[in-house]
Design a protein around this ligand. Structure first.
Ligand code: FES
Ligand code: FES
Length: 224
């Protein structure tokens, strides 16, 4: 019988048996050199902002973020992830509520990619990136891809290719595809496939996601 091969651990620093709680305790509270978990095929590991050696928290701290070109301030405990900060705290903790629930929490442990955002031009799993680490960097979510009401080519092709079923994985796939094509509009099928490698679709539309990104690449190239 053919032996099943396990999916390789992603380049997020997350190891089998290394839980999100471990990650938050060691990175956020102890204040060691913070590292944003990057996804496979998206570049090298990037250092986060300096965190004092004595650590921060556990009480809420001021966090200033730039999301989709907009500066926002929230007060959250340093253990709060970027995903939770944007999905929950922006809405609750702000006088001028911003509703950013496009990025989805599915596995909540850096293995499915549904929470993918761009931070400083690189894709990250926002469920294992602390909000305090993303300060001083440009954060982009799926809501920020459209321009003046026109969807990003990758978004348009997901619609045209019927690239979703339940839709939970879709924002993550779109962010990974858009990041790949913004970096390299001439990306080959294999390069696009590698960029999407950190995203999983449980409904089985993985192949349509790939097709949508390939068509988006052609559309982007046609515009140039
Ligand atoms: S919810 Fe973040 S990787 Fe799955
Ligand atoms: S469309 Fe359901 S998980 Fe991808």
């Amino acid at each position: 019988m053919k032996k099943k091969t396990r999916r390789p651990a992603k380049a997020t620093g997350a190891k089998p048996g290394f839980s999100r709680r471990n990650f938050i305790q060691t990175v956020g509270i102890a204040g060691v050199g913070a590292t944003i978990p990057l996804m496979q095929g998206c570049g090298t590991t990037e250092s986060g902002p300096d965190i004092p050696a004595e650590g921060v928290g556990p009480t809420p701290v001021d966090v200033a973020l730039n999301v989709n070109g907009q500066d926002v301030r929230i007060k959250v405990e340093p253990r709060v992830t970027l995903l939770d900060a944007l999905r929950d705290h922006l809405k609750l903790g702000s006088a001028d509520p911003v509703d950013l629930t496009g990025s989805k929490r599915v596995c909540d442990r850096a293995s499915c990619g549904a929470c993918t955002m761009m931070v400083g031009g690189k894709t990250v799993y926002s469920c294992t990136t602390l909000a305090i680490e993303a300060q001083g960097k440009e954060i982009r979510t799926v809501e920020g891809l459209q321009e003046n009401g026109t969807l990003h080519p990758v978004q348009q092709e997901f619609v045209a290719c019927d690239g979703l079923m339940c839709g939970f994985c879709t924002p993550g796939f779109i962010m990974s595809g858009a990041a790949c094509l913004e970096k390299n509009p001439n990306a080959s099928r294999d390069e696009i496939r590698r960029a999407l490698d950190g995203n999983i679709c449980r409904c089985g539309t993985q192949i349509r996601a790939l097709e949508a990104c390939e068509k988006a690449a052609r559309r982007i190239k046609g515009r140039r």
